[in-house]
Design a protein around this ligand. Structure first.
Ligand code: FPP
Length: 245
């Protein structure tokens, strides 16, 4: 880790952990086995991110679209999430991590929702790192939900259309209290955003690796951070303008 600059770490890392199914298929295993290994890797990655000094990590655990997967797979993912929460709660507390969620969590089965709420409440005052699980999450729905809320406020005369700017709109997204992601990591080689944090990723640095999620280990994480640290983030400005700051 000697070549990692601690002062240049991304504050917020977002992850699309893709490739569990392919990992299993490559080994002639059931897709669910891939998700089991994928979940184990979420555990390791979260703790490693915290040790590294990352302040916010957002993991796309289950999308709006994933509800349409075969029932057996949806059920397995829900049980894995429940197990994760029960098993990892002590570790989350020991590491001073705060668990939050993005998404329509009320759609989740009660057995998951209860564990999620319990962990969120218990960890609410933890300060070392925020762990966001995007579950039952889709960015287009998030944006529509914000739009509907603001439209209602306008009808109730609590807001006027001219006052709707980027800062106000951001306040009605699930990510309202968070900085935008600095780095997005997507595993398994797909060059897509897949309805994840569309608004928030306007200036996020993208890192795609062919490595499948269950194989994405500490060294792979460090590779992503190294790549990030070699980027020049211009936010629409020129290189020369950046030099002036
Ligand atoms: C993508 O692999 C992964 C998902 C759709 C679910 C992500 C879930 C986990 C990493 C495990 C559960 C998470 C937690 C937080 C307990 P895929 O099935 O699309 O893989 P494929 O593209 O190779 O088929």
């Amino acid at each position: 880790m000697a070549d990692i600059d601690p002062s240049g770490l991304p504050v917020h890392v977002a992850i699309i952990p893709d490739g569990n199914g392919r990992w299993a298929k490559n080994r002639s295993l059931n897709r669910i086995e891939g998700h089991v290994r994928g979940t184990a890797n979420v555990k390791d990655t979260v703790i490693f991110a915290k040790e590294l000094g990352i302040k916010v990590i957002t993991i796309y655990a289950f999308s709006d679209e994933n509800w349409s997967r075969p029932k057996e797979e949806v059920d397995a993912l829900m049980h894995l999430l429940q197990e994760y929460l029960i098993q990892e709660r002590p570790n989350i507390m020991k590491n001073n991590i705060r668990l939050c969620t993005l998404g329509d969590i009320e759609r989740l089965p009660l057995f998951v929702l209860e564990e999620l709420k319990k962990t969120m409440e218990l960890s609410a005052t933890n300060t070392e790192m925020i762990l966001n699980f995007a579950v039952s999450y889709g960015s287009r729905n998030e944006i529509l939900r914000a739009t509907q809320t603001i439209a209602k406020l306008c009808i109730e005369k609590k807001c006027i259309p001219e006052k709707i700017d980027q800062a106000l709109f951001s306040k009605y997204l699930y990510t309202k209290d968070l900085p935008d992601p600095d780095l997005l990591i997507r595993t398994s080689g797909e060059m897509r955003i897949s309805n994840f944090l569309l608004w928030q990723m306007a200036y996020t640095e993208l890192y795609v690796t062919d490595t499948l999620w269950p194989d994405f280990n500490k060294e792979e994480f460090l590779k992503a951070i190294r790549s990030y640290q070699h980027r020049e983030r211009r936010f629409g400005l020129t290189h020369e303008q950046l030099d002036e700051f």
